[in-house]
Design a protein. Structure first.
Length: 188
């Protein structure tokens, strides 16, 4: 968020500010990334206080982004759209000796219940990740995961890997998980 706040400010774009005691730029990430997960094709929403041509916004903003951060597309949407993440796609390169087979993928996709333990603030609770898994495929040594996002949350890619019998550091590297796409619902 700070990176884009600074880039928008340096590009001298008229970013709308929140109201109140501590005004902040109107910037949001509809689907923030988990810590340690790389992102490709991420979505950033920001609001301008006055009209600027999209081509000009893209050109000005792109010139103030650091190396490795690329603005691939930009489009205008009505003010305050109801854009919620609907699906998240991940790619996880698997290490040699992983237990993932086409039969294991089919079993997970057909399962009505896949309970994993989610730990948050020292408290573990069971989560049924089966309701979130939309698709799994093994391609070129990588596991591709498509997860649904609902009003009750979503699964984490590590939880799906756990349900498949994979262990971080042994069958995959946590630092190699990459989110490849965010599919948004929209009021458009």
């Amino acid at each position: 968020m700070r990176l884009f706040e600074r880039a928008l400010r340096r590009a001298s774009l008229p970013v709308a500010m929140s109201r109140g005691y501590n005004p902040r730029p109107q910037i949001s990430l509809p689907a923030p990334l988990g810590v340690g997960i790389r992102g490709e094709n991420e979505v950033l929403d920001f609001e301008l206080s006055e009209w600027v041509r999209p081509e000009e916004v893209k050109q000005r903003l792109s010139s103030h982004l650091p190396e490795g951060i690329e603005l691939r597309s930009l489009r205008t949407v009505p003010s305050k759209p109801d854009r919620q993440p609907r699906e998240l796609s991940y790619r996880v390169p698997l290490l040699k000796g992983h237990p993932v087979t086409p039969a294991a993928l089919e079993q997970v996709l057909r399962a009505e219940e896949l309970i994993v333990q989610r730990t948050r603030k020292g408290n573990a609770r069971p989560i049924n990740v089966a309701r979130f898994v939309r698709d799994l495929r093994l391609e070129n040594g990588s596991l591709h995961i498509l997860l649904a996002v609902t009003d009750r949350g979503t699964a984490r890619p590590e939880e799906v890997l756990q349900a498949l019998g994979c262990e971080g550091g042994r069958h995959y590297l946590e630092s190699s998980i990459e989110r490849t796409h965010v599919n948004l619902s929209s009021s458009l």
